[in-house]
Write a protein that binds this ligand. Structure first.
Ligand code: AOF
Ligand code: ZN
Length: 349
């Protein structure tokens, strides 16, 4: 690891202090280095509050060192007046003459203009140090701004012999229909807490009456999003309990009920559904979504190539018959054991 990488790595560490608190802004960290010594550090704590660079520059005790110092930042300094003034201007005004940047900001309000401002004002700029790490740190933010859709995580559990569910039309079968173990289920609740929205199809909503909330883990509930073409889900169902913001994609009405936190969004079911799900979520400024089934819904996202990561929990049970699990072009995968379950993590690159 060279010196630039070492300091950008420190920026990434600092940025992570903002985990879970910066939305809709990214996590950003910044260090200021003079004579191979860090003389200032900062990170972005919360949207609306100062950016990482401001906190780092403010933390420098001897401001006269700034004109000989280098600023390191995990994301391109901003160039726009948002909730706070532009960091690129502040850097120039503070006298800093060298900047090393992890990755360009894909927010269209910035995207290269921060670098340009620095260069046009006599600052030497290096871009692209530990770029992948800096991207992964804010993969949801980058996907949202670059692709104009949320970061999409698919999740399902399948039996050892490849079934995602029993065939519900065979009521005679009373053997257990759970697939994954309690630790996998806990893991899924952590995943829900990590994403901003959770999506299920109509059949899952009707069959399981799910709450789609975070339990057995700490964290905020994601926004619930459900497909209900003809508004068939009974209003007595958990999705209508008013406890969490819920978006209902349907072909009947555009409407909202603020007291019950319900948002009805009309879409065109004769056109590609996953594409429209993404459009609606983008409109609601949702940067990430976990898709939790069922088989048909998951397959529709795979077929539309609208997914970024897939988490497949394989249980230690066989169903012998039932509903086949979705099929995925098995790209790169990582394998983890969760007690007697096996978790496969696929990344769509
Ligand atoms: C930076 N440093 O620490 C962060 C940046 O509304 P504002 O003023 O907070 O601006 C938000 C945008 O600024 C955000 O969408 C992203 O493009 C950039 N975030 N930029 O220079 C930071 N958090
Ligand atoms: Zn800024």
């Amino acid at each position: 690891m060279n010196l630039h990488e070492k300091y950008i790595k420190r920026c990434i560490q600092l940025a992570k202090n903002g985990l879970g608190a910066t939305y809709p802004n990214p996590m950003v960290g910044c260090v200021i280095v003079y004579n191979e010594t860090i003389i200032g550090e900062g990170w972005h704590k919360k949207a609306g509050e100062p950016h990482a660079e401001v906190n780092a520059i403010n933390s420098v005790k001897d401001k006269s060192l700034l004109k000989k110092a280098t600023i390191y930042v995990s994301l391109e300094p901003c160039s726009h007046y948002g909730k706070t003034p532009p960091c690129a201007n502040l850097i120039v005004e503070s006298g800093i003459k060298k900047a090393v940047i992890g990755i360009i900001d894909s927010n269209s309000k910035v995207s290269g203009r921060g670098v340009l401002h620095l260069q046009q004002n006599g600052c030497d700029v290096i871009v692209g140090v530990l770029q992948n790490e800096c991207y992964n740190l804010n993969k949801r933010f980058f996907t949202f701004h670059k692709l104009k859709r949320p970061f999409i995580v698919l999740k399902w559990a399948e039996t050892n012999d490849g079934f995602i569910d029993k065939n519900r039309s065979e009521p005679a079968d009373i053997s257990p229909n759970w697939i994954s173990n309690q630790y996998s289920q806990q893991y899924v609740h952590k995943m829900r807490a990590d994403e901003q929205a959770i999506f299920v199809g109509t059949k899952t909503a009707l069959n399981d009456n799910p709450s789609l909330t975070v339990r057995s883990w700490e964290g905020e509930n994601p926004v619930r999003v459900v497909l209900d073409r003809k508004l068939k889900i009974p209003v007595s169902y958990n999705l209508y309990d008013g406890s969490v913001k819920t978006i209902i994609l349907n072909e009947v009405k555009n409407d909202k009920d603020l007291t019950k936190k319900l948002f009805f969004e009309k879409i065109d079911f004769s056109k590609n559904v996953p594409t429209q799900v993404c459009e609606v979520l983008y409109k609601y400024e949702i940067q990430s979504v976990i898709v939790e089934g069922g088989a048909q819904t998951l397959q529709s996202f795979i077929n539309a190539n609208l997914w970024d990561e897939a988490f497949v929990f394989v249980g230690a049970i066989n169903f012998k018959k039932g509903i086949k699990a979705p099929e995925l072009q098995k790209v790169s995968s990582e394998i983890r054991k969760i007690s007697n379950d096996t978790l496969f993590i696929y990344k769509n690159k």
